[in-house]
Design a protein around this ligand. Structure first.
Ligand code: ZN
Length: 169
């Protein structure tokens, strides 16, 4: 069970596995457990449990090992959970988003942009076409991107804040 009191972490987890997933994972004790036992504990369909397990596995929060019954050849999957990895997953996601936003911000700050009716182009590209787009037969007009830059700066600030919140608690 996820013990974190950190609101940001809990919300992220809720988004990852959904409301039903939260209910399913609520009653899962520490240690190893099979999907069937989880289904019984939460009184849910096995397919729903497996869906949640798969999502958690993809995010490296759940892992399993298999045990083979020598007589029947039956394979049992024993699951265990590492909730500490949620923060790692979140930090990686924040890092990835920040990298993208910062590089976009840099492009916007460096470039001078023009826009026709079908596309946005750098000054150099628009100038090379004599500020006329043959594709849509319209003029390339100067674009003021100050609002976009401000928007990007605000988004970056927001993600930075979110990243700090992850570390708390
Ligand atoms: Zn055009």
């Amino acid at each position: 069970m996820l013990e974190s009191d950190n609101f940001v972490v809990r919300e992220y987890f809720r988004k990852m596995i959904g409301e039903e997933g939260m209910k399913i994972m609520e009653n899962v004790p520490e240690g190893e457990i099979t999907d069937e036992e989880i289904a019984k504990l939460s009184d849910t369909k096995l397919t729903s449990v497996r869906k949640v397990l798969y999502t958690l596995y993809e995010n490296r929060i759940a892992e399993y090992r298999t045990e083979r019954d020598d007589n029947s050849g039956w394979i049992t999957y024993l699951w265990r959970f590492n909730y500490d990895n949620i923060k790692k997953v979140m930090e990686e996601e924040a890092k990835g988003i920040l990298k993208e936003l910062k590089s976009q911000l840099e492009d916007e700050r460096k470039g001078v942009f023009y826009q026709c009716e079908c596309q946005r182009a750098l000054f150099e590209e628009a100038a090379a076409k004599d500020f006329w787009c043959d594709e849509c037969s319209s003029k390339f007009e100067y674009v003021d991107n100050r609002d976009l830059i401000k928007e990007l700066e605000e988004k970056i600030e927001e993600i930075e804040k979110w990243k700090k919140e992850i570390k708390k608690g």
